[in-house]
Design a binder for this molecule. Structure first.
Ligand code: TXA
Ligand code: MG
Length: 338
């Protein structure tokens, strides 16, 4: 049984938070909203509790967890040999969607770091997350609250879809405002390396750090549909998407098109005449909105029984790097150059 506790994201009731915190203190698992995505939390310093996270998600034991804190000073307890630049980053970006990989201290259990000498730490910028950490009076280990390999959940409904019955509780604080995961930055290398582009763009980190390397890994998402990513100049992309839509519709496929507000009218006949599902991520002018809608729309297409999504590509700058990382993972590198 999983208890679902609805909370106001702006002004969470302390009784409700305490109920969830009590579960964390007793070694249980609680899914909770952060500003990025929902996390599946457990006491980061309790190996038995952390084991339940891996079990619930069916996560490989080799994939380490992020530790969430509510006070900056907690890093002194969890990490060692912290470089000066890391403190500058904390001052500028915490609370917020930046995770720092630092040398782990002795108190961090091996299961939390998946056996590594380093640990990933972040302070989320969400009232529910911060209140839960404070009331638990423990750092909380939390990967995204999805089954391993699935896109991260941006609503409590997504968490229910993947983890209902596998975890003790879900704090439902509504949709998460950023909608993509934090940027994971390895501060143990020189220059520092982005291991996963996320909510804080590379360019913002470079203002503090100078040059930053990007070393992304692309694990393909498990989706109940195929995704083809079409990359190129906007005009050629539209032409290519229309051509591919025509081709696959004629083969009897249920086709979805993932586009932006500015391009949506170009697919109107496919929508009305061919019952193609056309969804917009938002306006090109607002990449933050595009990032916020991405995971939810992928799950919506799945829910509608679409079996092929044609997704338009984006420029790899600012949040575009993050958006393209997730789209490439959704497509499993099924990329067409227009
Ligand atoms: O926004 C987020 O980061 C969300 C919310 C819940 O905070 N969490 C999240 O966790 O996305 P997860 O576990 O789904 O992704 C964490 C990433 C993984 O790719 C993991 O391999 C990497 O961070 N990571 C964790 N510890 C690491 C370490 N010590 N060294 C290198 N990578 C690490
Ligand atoms: Mg994840």
């Amino acid at each position: 049984m999983t208890i679902i506790i609805k909370v106001d994201s702006e002004n969470p009731s302390i009784e409700k938070i305490r109920r969830a915190a009590e579960i964390i203190r007793k070694g249980g698992t609680v899914a909770f909203p952060t500003e990025t995505v929902y996390g599946l939390g457990a006491d980061a310093l309790n190996p038995e509790a952390v084991r339940k996270i891996y079990e619930a998600k069916e996560r490989p034991p080799t994939n380490p967890l992020i530790i969430h804190i509510a006070e900056k000073k907690e890093v002194y307890r969890l990490a060692e040999e912290i470089p000066e630049k890391a403190f500058e980053l904390m001052d500028r970006f915490w609370p917020g969607p930046l995770t720092l990989v630092l040398r782990a201290s002795e108190i961090v259990p091996k299961i939390t770091t998946a056996g590594l000498e380093t640990t990933a730490i972040r302070m989320p910028s969400h009232r529910v997350a911060l209140a839960l950490i404070r009331e638990s009076s423990r750092p909380i280990a939390a990967p995204s609250a999805n089954l391993a390999g699935r896109p991260s959940p941006t609503t409590a409904e997504h968490v229910i879809e993947d983890l209902y019955g596998r975890i003790d509780a879900i704090l439902d604080g509504g949709p998460t405002p950023v909608g993509v995961e934090s940027t994971v930055l390895d501060m143990t290398t020189e220059p520092p390396r982005i291991l996963r582009p996320g909510g804080v763009p590379r360019e913002d980190l470079e203002e503090v750090l100078g040059r930053v390397e990007v070393k992304q890994t692309y694990r393909r998402y498990k989706l109940r549909m195929e995704v083809i990513l079409v990359e190129g100049e906007p005009k050629s992309v539209i032409r290519k998407v229309r051509e591919l839509a025509g081709l696959y519709l004629s083969r009897g496929r249920r086709v979805g098109i993932l586009t932006i507000d500015e391009h949506k009218p170009m697919y109107e006949t496919y929508r009305t005449m061919h019952r193609c599902e056309v969804k917009s991520l938002g306006s090109r002018k607002d990449p933050a909105v595009i990032a916020r809608n991405l995971f939810g729309l992928l799950r919506e297409f799945e829910g509608m029984g679409v079996d092929l999504v044609l997704a338009e590509g984006f420029k790899v700058e600012g949040l575009g790097l993050t958006i393209m990382n997730r789209l490439r993972r959704a497509s499993g590198f099924n990329i067409v150059k227009a």
